[in-house]
Design a protein around this ligand. Structure first.
Ligand SMILES: Nc1nc2c(ncn2[C@@H]2O[C@H](COP(=O)(O)OP(=O)(O)OP(=O)(O)O)[C@@H](O)[C@H]2O)c(=O)[nH]1
Ligand SMILES: [Mg+2]
Length: 256
């Protein structure tokens, strides 16, 4: 049992590389669960171990000039839809890779694979977040090329993924207009640790009580530097702004 968030990532997490050997990789973790310590101390241990591995991932990304983005949101905000659109519309512009995190099934990885993108699915079992150790294992099977863009779609959850650094360059939080505009102040950690907030499903604005001004005001209370892009993955509205943001983040390749 992970004392940090109460979920159990030890029991049954697995990694599948979709469209390759489809091998299922049982994935045991070495979290140090020392009984008798206070919960705060155990939480610190787990996060410290995670942070060390995250730094290792970050070093790997830096060495290979890979832009790694961690996409976080509550379930159903549109993370996979955004990736499907992005990978289709920007096909050929960069080498893209995706790591999908879900408790069960390869449904999201199958959707990504259908776009022609190399993808690995991590099933976290009872776990409610990805951690740096899982990403390390997925990368070992994926072997991304240099100068690539790696999207990591985290498990749909606005709480626990905020605590786990994966080694990403930037964290992108997605909120959809059907969720309510007060989410940034109810789940501040996720908005505090993100660089960009994508507001999705704006095609539904006429039908739901959601204020774009209010959600931005609330989000700025927890993160004054947060950037916003409003999009609809269904209609395509606003997606060009996201693509521009993405291109500006890709590290420049040094030519000799
Ligand atoms: N109306 C509308 N529906 C959308 C939009 N984007 C996504 N959806 C729908 O929202 C639902 C959830 O989308 P997903 O892309 O699966 O969301 P997700 O965040 O990946 O979900 P999890 O991986 O389960 O957390 C699907 O039925 C999508 O078709 C949008 O811009 N507008
Ligand atoms: Mg998804």
């Amino acid at each position: 049992m992970c004392a940090t968030c109460g979920c159990d990532t030890n029991a049954s997490s697995s990694i599948q590389h979709i469209g390759e050997h489809d091998h299922l990789h049982d994935h045991a973790h070495n979290h140090s669960h020392s009984h008798g310590k206070t919960i705060v101390a155990v939480e610190k241990d787990i996060l410290q171990e995670n942070n060390l591995l995250a730094q290792r991932n970050r070093g790997y990304f830096d060495a290979k000039n890979i832009l790694a983005l961690n996409l976080v949101s509550s379930p159903g905000s549109g993370k996979t839809s955004l990736l499907e659109r992005t990978l289709t519309d920007m096909k050929g512009e960069f080498p893209f890779y995706v790591i999908e995190g879900d408790q069960q099934t390869t449904r999201d990885a199958d959707r990504i694979y259908a776009t022609g993108t190399k993808v690995a699915q991590i099933n976290t079992g009872k776990g409610c977040h990805l951690d740096a150790h899982m990403i390390l294992h997925a990368l070992q099977g994926m072997k991304p090329v240099e100068n690539a863009v790696l999207f990591i779609e985290n498990v749909g959850n606005l709480v626990c993924p905020a605590m786990f650094d994966l080694g990403e360059k930037e964290r992108v939080v997605i909120i959809s207009v059907t969720e309510g505009d007060d989410k940034p102040i109810k789940y501040p950690d996720m908005f505090h640790t993100s660089t960009l907030c994508i507001i999705n499903k704006v095609d539904l604005l006429p039908y739901v009580p959601f204020s774009l001004d209010k959600v931005k005001e609330y989000a700025r209370q927890v993160n004054p530097a947060l950037e916003f892009i409003e999009v609809s993955c269904t209609s395509g509205e606003g997606l060009s702004g996201w693509y521009q943001w993405l291109k500006a983040k890709v590290p420049v390749t040094e030519t000799v």
